[in-house]
Design a protein around this ligand. Sequence first.
Ligand code: 0WE
Length: 257
Amino acid sequence: MGIADGKRALIAGVANDKSLAWAIAQELHAQGAEIALTYQGEILEKRVRPLAEQIGAEVVGELDVGNDAHIDAVFARLKEKWGGLDLMVHAIAFAEREDLRDRFLRVSRANFAKALDISAYSLVAMARAAEPLMEARGGGAIVTLSYLGSVRAIPNYNVMGVAKAALEACVRYLALDLGPKNIRVNALSAAPARTLASSAIAGYHSMAHLVDEHAPLKRAMRPDEVGKMAAALLSDLSSGVTGQTVYVDMGYNIVGL
Ligand code: 0WE
């Protein structure tokens, strides 16, 4: 008996076995959910398909969230497959690599727009597509991934911080729109994790180490801790919680030094 028994979940943003989205997929599977995965581009498809197989998930298509036709096709497939949807995980972000270093104020108008489009607007577009499918099931729950750079100025995070601030605001407005349909929307703000999204970042290791050292729990985050909190936010255990940003960061965000 699991907390996601009989639930049907779409998880977007698995890149490989280090992805926080994969940790969430495994936990939801362990808690009894049926899973659908998407992939972004052919290179990641080769990584996602074998992972899907491990948890009996279906790969329901390519999802480049900058492409409305991909969003339409994925949700059409879900409607055909399940006729509804209970849970959705959005674990997607993008900023140009050149903007994740040096000075924030160098970001171009075009790169700023793209970072906010892919990292924040995409949640709105996916929530709109999910709404009728969740309504058909009498409600649902949505979780997206954020980071402390939304509310603190973290060196080099730059335009991604602005995008995560927008993402967390989108969570609140979506929660307001979708609450009457019994659909909850929350963000999970994770500590730095060693994933594909962070592997490219200069100075990542010293940053992650600072968190381990100064966080109240004095240790690194484990991906399964993100999986467990996401499962809770997607389950009836959090039936009274919506519009929130919940930190899974060993308490780092509360510390001032
Ligand atoms: O949200 C993120 C990173 C997301 C991300 C990563 C990349 C790398 C490759 C978005 N766009 C890109 N574009 C690429 O071309 N994190 C929370 C991880 C992260 O990124 C940082 C961090 C941390 C932590 C960047 C600077 C400083 C700290």
